[in-house]
Design a protein around this ligand. Sequence first.
Ligand SMILES: [Mn+2]
Length: 387
Amino acid sequence: MKIRNLEIATLRIKEAINNEEQIFIYGDSDMDGVTSVIILEEAINNLSSLYRKKIPKIIVAFPDRNEEGYGLNEEVLAFLNKKKGKGKALLITLDCGITNVLEVKKAKKLGFEVMIVDHHKVLEDIPEADIIVDPKHPLDESFFKEYANAGLTFKLVEELLQDKMSSYLKSDFIELVMLATIADMMAEEEENQKWIYEGLANLEKTQRPAILASIAVLDPASSKRELVGKIISIFNTIKMEDHKIITYDFMKCNDLEKAKEIARELLLDTEERQAEIRALTENLKEELKSSQLNIIFEGSKNYRPDYLGAVASRLVGYFNKPVFLYSQKEEISRGTVRVPKGMDAVKAMTFSKDILLMYGGHAPAAGFTIANDKLEEFKERLIKYFI
Ligand SMILES: [Mn+2]
């Protein structure tokens, strides 16, 4: 069985190209989201020049993870809406969207047609998007569910371009899919395994100045896997401007010298970030070492959301308990969840969906948004759930 709605999605994209519609692509700000956006954007541009169509410049945007959290949000919709003309507007969300019931409703009200291409768990409440491609959708009968979103996007553009995909474009895309599949820690099985193998094999022959620059700036003595790990870590930045994450411009940069400059900047940013991640992890280890609780549930106004995933992963490894860390804002908190192998973070939160503003993700790694006055109740329920 093919992935559900893959063909319908490609037909809709072709129609948008033929009618020279305005296309908006909105991706998550991490490696998987950024590579998904680049793959789809380049495939669409390729096809539109093959069709000799002049679609308006594709508008690309990403969430500011420190200010807006994960997924679609009101600020981004307002930003996109300002760029929207009078004609049809197709908004495609990549690596996010499947949990954004309210935001999708809002987008449709603003006149966007919404297509979600996401690989995250599908919750009970499904957004009323026009087209949803998510192998984890209950009606999806395809056999493999563990694609990174970039892998899923690659399946989509294979369907879109078919024999018009040049071998050059294909190997470039597979390189991006390899990076995303490793970054998202997807199972190295089936096509994932093949793409990782091919992507790693081609790494040195890459045509992307950003990757050449990363290789040049990072430790040359590393093995290929270590090197990829380091490339992924410098892509964990949240530096952005005007809803564009810096790694997107970096990955698309055509000038090697300019790319090296950005790579050095990203490396400095990463070293700073990693020092703070280490410090916060050590503090929490010390603070929590005598805790008798079955979960870790900690938050602060000082916690930066972009550090919390890495800190939570380390704490799970150390304490072997479910870890919930949140960054507290004025009225709401945004959290990151990591749980030991065999547990399901999304399922655990399903029992609190009535008090959560948003939640979702994968079984081992997920996130949530909650009103501050519901934090205690959420914690109590989680303690009971994990007993
Ligand atoms: Mn992803």
